[in-house]
Design a protein. Structure first.
Length: 694
């Protein structure tokens, strides 16, 4: 190594030199001050040995650039330029940061300090402690190792190892990191936290917990200012209030508004006490809405009931909007959401034009986290939905005088069905307003900003009424949607659901399977879930039912019903009544009698009991015939539009999810103890006892 300069004595009240066999030994007392290679050292007394070792005692102080180390005893090597400072409390100060410990090794050449016997930093901004660590003066960075604990104005942190930069206020984590905040809890094996901007980036086994949500992901980017961020790879979001579990490989979320946009193989589970719905699509959008519920001003019970339905949407607790759960009249079918919904040329739904996601969903993160550029959501231009789901029926539908259809097995025909289509429903003509906030869907057309009109019960304010906020969940599924529930399964391009009216709205080429074999197709569908049970379903435009006769894997004969619109009624999750309205066509096979029957009528109905056909009715304009099977050509056994798509049917919830569901860790995480800062407490007590100040 290059020859270093000798230690230079700047001051000493008394000096004494002793000659020895190895050289001169110099002793200094009172106001001792020396200099070496730009480093200033001060103390009350010192000894300079012939080998260049400088021993200092009493109020020792080392000043190297902006770094100052003080203690009780110091040993400094002229050859290595390293100082070892010990004391009851040793202070390492650089700018506004002060490390307190009992021993520091400081290299004046590299300006790197090391402590091995517990240290802590305390100031107005944070507390930070660990068993040992390093300080890099040139880059203003501390590296803490072993039982690291820290707190800031917003967070409490605990980690096996951590770096902290005093200039940038940036924390960097390396393993087993726990973070607590006023909003919840976070965990990661690696990541960083910008305490100045309140931005976090976690990867490797990332986890996030709030009072409502539990989030798993390989990578989490989170901005605490707006509680927004992105989730990457193996994402799972559980909402315990809205009872949903969402999974994907990418999610853009707004924690404050409880909104999640999920892509890259997304799926969602919506569960209740009776059943679970499993849903997947190319893009899933889950959003929480807030609505005003009227309650009596002095009726605390009513107020509580109005808020309670946000989780399970209990109808009994919402008398002011209970009528929304009733079977809708024809006028209900003009709800704005379905009436003017549009489908894109590329079979997508137009709802998410300006979601705050970058074109390639990438963020300038460390390690260049790349995101697929093809994940953008196209905004549709046109979606054709029947202007009216209703069909005009005669008030009194009668059976033709001469029923020429002779069914084997003595199936009876209803003699006189005078029941109107609406089943004498007296539901008031009301619809529901749920405005979409501009902050979520900016510049959205008027036709898309309102799902329906405002109910009269919510429009009028009286002196005895006040309003409270209550929430409900909306779910949008775009492109290649699949749904599984134990009593029905669906495949379509797009779906929409909210747990306020509990209606599944299915768009563009939907297929529904019910029971073991029944398949229904139409241009669009509505599935009504009431109190957790499948109540009835509307099939609008080119509706068709296909039901195999015999073993569906081997038969070539399929019973078929086709009409403009259909309606299915269910009781105890079994089909109770099936109606086909508007140019109904039926094709049935009776293999035991070697017959095929074809019939046309304005209306066709099948009544069921205990899952079996009880009786059948045709109404208005009835024509039909029986044909022996041996006379039927192959092209005559299918109605126009026939298709059998049983291979597309989801077989189970796992078939829809296509990924493993992670068990909840909420109980374990909530039981973790927060940092108690034992090192800081011990040093504070010692400092108070010694009446020391840095």
């Amino acid at each position: 190594p290059p020859q270093k300069k000798k230690i230079r004595i700047l001051n000493s009240d008394t000096t004494k030199t002793i000659e020895s066999d190895t050289g001169k030994i110099s002793r200094f007392r009172y106001n001792v001050k020396i200099e070496h290679e730009g480093v200033i050292m001060e103390c009350e007394s010192a000894v300079l040995w012939p080998n260049g070792i400088f021993e200092a005692y009493g109020n020792t102080k080392v000043t190297s650039g902006a770094t100052i180390v003080t203690g009780d005893v110091m040993i400094y090597s002229e050859i290595t330029g390293k100082a070892n400072v010990k004391g009851r409390i040793v202070y390492l100060t650089d700018g506004n940061s002060t490390l307190r410990t009992t021993e520091v090794d400081f290299d004046t050449g590299t300006e790197i300090g090391y402590f091995e016997y517990e240290g802590t930093i305390v100031d107005s901004f944070r507390t930070l402690e660990s068993q040992k660590g390093y300080y890099y003066s040139k880059i203003k960075e501390f590296e803490f190792i072993g039982q690291v604990q820290s707190d800031t104005k917003d967070y409490v942190l605990q980690s096996d190892s951590m770096k902290y930069n005093t200039d940038t206020k940036l924390f960097t984590f390396y393993s087993n990191t726990h973070i607590w905040s006023k909003n919840g809890y976070l965990y990661c094996d690696k990541g960083w936290y910008d305490s100045d901007k309140n931005i976090m980036f976690f990867h490797r086994n990332s986890y996030m917990l709030t009072s409502k949500q539990e989030i798993f992901a390989d990578t989490i980017y989170y901005e605490d200012e707006g509680q927004k961020g992105q989730l990457y790879s193996n994402v799972q979001v559980t909402d315990t209030v809205q009872k949903t579990v969402a999974m994907a490989d990418f999610a853009d979320f707004d924690m404050n508004a409880e909104n999640f946009l999920m892509r890259r193989n997304p799926s969602i589970i919506m569960y209740d006490d009776k059943d679970s719905v499993f849903l997947r699509a190319d893009t899933l959008y889950s959003v929480t809405r807030v609505m005003k519920i009227p309650v009596a001003k002095n009726d605390s019970g009513a107020k509580n009931d109005s808020v309670a339905f946000s989780g399970e949407m209990s109808v009994a607790k919402r008398d002011s909007i209970a009528s929304l759960r009733k079977k809708p009249v024809v006028k209900r079918d003009s709800i704005a959401f379905q009436e003017k919904m549009v489908v894109a040329k590329n079979d997508s739904i137009a709802f998410l034009r300006k979601m705050a996601v970058a074109e390639n969903d990438s963020i300038a993160f460390p390690e260049k986290m790349a995101v697929d550029e093809s994940d953008s959501v196209a905004f549709p231009e046109k979606m054709a939905v029947d202007e009216s789901d209703s069909v005009a029926f005669p008030e009194k539908m009668t059976v033709a005088e001469n029923d020429s259809v002779a069914f084997p097995k003595k199936m009876t025909v209803v003699e006189n069905d005078s029941v109107a289509f609406t089943e004498k429903i007296s539901t008031p003509d009301i619809t529901l307003t749920t405005s979409v906030p501009d902050s979520i869907l900016p510049d959205m057309p008027d036709t898309m900003q309102h799902i329906s009109d405002t109910p009269d019960t919510l429009q009028h304010i009286s002196d005895s009424t006040q309003y409270v906020d209550s929430t409900y969940k909306e779910v949008f599924a775009f492109k290649n949607a699949k749904l599984y529930r134990s009593d029905f399964q669906i495949k379509s391009d797009s779906m929409y659901f909210n747990n306020l009216d509990s209606i599944w709205r299915i768009y563009h080429d939907p297929i529904l399977w019910n029971g073991k074999q029944m398949q229904i197709t139409s241009d669009s569908m509505r599935i009504y879930i009431i109190n957790g049970d499948l109540e009835y379903a509307d099939f609008n435009g080119n509706a068709m039912v296909v039901l195999p006769e015999g073993n569906p894997d081997t038969t070539i004969y399929f019973n078929q019903v086709k009409s403009k619109n259909m309606k299915a009624h269910f009781k105890n999750r079994e089909l109770n009544l099936f109606e086909a309205m508007g140019n109904a066509q039926t094709l049935f096979f009776f293999l035991s009698d070697f017959l095929m029957n074809t019939t046309e009528a304005t209306v066709f109905k099948i009544y069921f009991e205990s899952g079996k056909v009880h009786h059948i009715g045709y109404y208005d304009g009835i024509t039909g015939k029986n044909n022996p099977l041996y006379l039927v050509r192959e092209d005559e056994i299918k109605l126009p539009g026939y298709r059998w798509e049983i291979d597309l049917r989801p077989k189970s919830g796992n078939d829809v999810l296509n990924r493993l569901l992670r068990p909840s860790e909420r109980t374990v995480r909530e039981s973790l103890s927060k940092p108690s800062f034992p090192i800081t407490k011990r040093i504070n007590e010692l400092e108070l006892k010694l009446n020391l100040k840095k």
